[in-house]
Design a protein around this ligand. Structure first.
Ligand code: BV8
Length: 246
């Protein structure tokens, strides 16, 4: 495959946005591909506050199953290429990994400069806004297949620390992502359908900045026209060829 590596120098400023496609070759289902998560589950029932209010046990079964599964798979060459790029830029460049993924595979591959814009599968928080725990979340690998857990402090329901549809992203994380993109030379999107807002609009910030916008994806997504360079294929195969340090 005659692929020219991206022009990334040690002092480049790079933001990478990843979606479910980068974890596909690790064996984790994406959302909108055939056989994807949203084909197997009603998103309104398992990924909205209304769904959680209606049936917290079902939501906890959904996320517990994903917690269990994500621990049975390994990061792939795409995740490791991301961590290598971060190391390549560490001395004189700037690097930010904005991920929509909640599976923890970037962390396990060694990436550190991560903005988890949709939360994390392995963090839990109290759903009671009046709880003295507040919106603080904590690491939690436990599975709750037989019923939703309750808060030790207030007795209210616990919830996964995930951003559901109709919920705002964490403002600090969102503004950090927008700031990094507004300051980058290269915006690289990997494995995302560009279907979910406000993240789908992040490429516009890069374009307004005059950054080079590059896409690595299996198929052309909705917002493909916003990218000046498009590489169609599997992230685990293409990223090691495109990125330095891999
Ligand atoms: C919000 C939960 C304000 C965690 C998720 C306009 C502006 C603002 C909001 C909206 C708007 N229009 C509509 C909205 C509302 C909504 C939205 O965007 N809806 C969409 C569906 C139209 N947005 C929200 O609700 C957001 N909040 O805007 O707050 C607000 C508040 C109140 C009222 C109004 C507004 C919150 C969005 C977050 C929702 N939570 N997940 C979880 O369970 O995981 S989103 C969900 O989609 C996942 O997090 C996922 O990360 C995300 C994006 O999906 P992708 O990662 O892109 O995955 P997908 O399967 O779609 O695509 C995979 C791609 O990979 C494909 O293109 C495929 O070709 C490719 N691929 C496959 N294999 C490979 C590959 N590529 C490379 N290699 C491979 N091997």
């Amino acid at each position: 495959m005659d692929l020219r590596p991206l022009d990334i120098r040690p002092d480049s400023s790079v933001v990478v946005l990843t979606g479910a496609g980068i974890s596909a070759e690790s064996g984790i289902a994406t959302f909108r591909d055939s056989g994807g998560l949203w084909e197997q589950h009603d998103v309104r029932q398992v990924a909205t506050p209304e769904g959680f209010a209606a049936n917290p046990d079902l939501v906890w079964r959904f996320y517990s199953e994903r917690r269990r599964q994500a621990r049975t798979v390994e990061p792939n060459a795409g995740h490791f290429a991301m961590a290598a790029l971060e190391r390549f830029l560490a001395a004189r460049g700037r690097f930010t990994l904005v991920t929509q993924n909640v599976d923890g595979l970037h962390q396990r591959a060694g990436s550190r400069r991560i903005l988890p814009v949709h939360g994390s599968l392995y963090r839990t928080r109290c759903a009671n806004v009046d709880c003295e725990n507040g919106s603080k979340s904590w690491d939690d690998e436990s599975l709750h297949l037989d019923g939703a857990p309750h808060c030790h402090k207030c007795g209210g329901l616990l919830r996964p620390d995930i951003v559901w549809f109709g919920e705002y992203l964490d403002p600090a994380i969102e503004s950090a992502a927008r700031e990094a993109i507004a300051d980058c030379d290269l915006f690289l999107a990997v494995g995302t359908s560009g279907a979910v807002w406000p993240v789908a609009g992040y490429v516009e910030i890069a374009l307004a900045r005059g950054a080079l916008t590059v896409l690595v994806n299996l198929e052309r997504p909705e917002n493909v026209s916003r990218f000046s360079e498009v590489h169609l294929g599997k992230a685990a195969e293409l990223l090691p060829l495109l990125l330095p340090g891999a």
